[in-house]
Ligand binder design. Structure first.
Ligand code: 13P
Length: 248
């Protein structure tokens, strides 16, 4: 089945609002007729400006995190409704940096997923094993747990979300998974998805690869049948390299 492809830039804690506007304005004409959907996950403070600059262009703006509650006394947090109101259309949830540095566990991640979906924000749920876990042959165990727990309670017929496989050992290291390793994991993830969403529905859910994606390796990754795009960190901060990845 042919699925829509996505290239998503995750800017992490880089770029101010005015830098985001400049980036979006320069990128827009370069990706106007690109085949993949082009998404940018920008810092909270840049969402409104970036979304305004991206209006009427082939670029969709989103966030990198969201709180699990609708509203309340949660100093420093941000709700799904606030993100939507600022112009975000999607949100990354469960990135390994949030899991590790900010100690987010699967049940917190699951509550965020449900809250985002309730507010009509497209979820990009990240899963990924550490190098230790891979060495101990625990990759499948870790990934199925993250995926099943992260998506608990999502209705069987709801397929309007994205899964991103980001092996922790490949993030920011310059060592991407080989296309073969990534394909093997993606097809495993699709099997896990089909247990919750039926085979037919699982076939509709895009699974992106993330971890040291560069202009040099995007084509070979995209050739794989279960790789539907990429979640790009470092290489999404530069117009030239991001454009090469989008228009690979
Ligand atoms: P790099 O592309 O810099 O390895 O980062 C990947 C990532 O964490 C995207 O979410």
């Amino acid at each position: 089945m042919s699925r829509q492809s996505y290239i998503i830039g995750n800017w992490k804690m880089y770029k101010t609002g005015s830098e985001a506007v400049q980036f979006v304005t320069e990128l827009a004409p370069l990706v106007a007729s690109s085949n993949p959907h082009v998404y940018l996950a920008v810092p909270f403070s840049s969402i409104y400006q970036a979304a305004t600059a991206a209006e009427k262009h082939h670029i969709v703006i989103g966030a990198q995190n969201v709180h699990d509650e609708k509203e309340g006394a949660f100093t420093g947090e941000i709700s799904a409704l606030m993100l939507k109101d600022a112009g975000a259309e999607f949100v990354i949830i469960g990135h390994s940096e949030r899991r590790k540095i900010f100690k987010e566990d699967d049940s917190f991640i699951n509550r965020k997923v449900l809250q985002a979906m309730k507010n009509d924000l497209k979820v990009v749920l990240c899963v990924g094993e550490t190098l230790e876990e891979r060495k101990q042959h625990k990759t499948e165990e870790v990934l199925s747990k993250q995926l099943e727990k992260g998506l608990k309670g999502v209705p069987k017929d709801y397929t309007d979300f994205i899964v991103a496989y980001e092996p922790v050992w490949a993030i920011g290291t310059g060592i991407a998974a080989t296309p073969e390793i990534a394909q093997e994991v993606h097809s495993f993830l699709r099997v896990i998805l089909s247990e919750q969403f039926s085979k037919n529905n699982a076939a509709k859910i895009p699974i992106l690869y993330g971890g040291s994606v560069k202009p040099e390796n995007i084509s070979s990754l995209m050739e794989q049948s279960d790789i539907d795009g990429a979640l790009v960190g470092g290489a999404s901060l530069n117009i030239e390299s991001f454009n090469k990845i989008v228009n690979f």
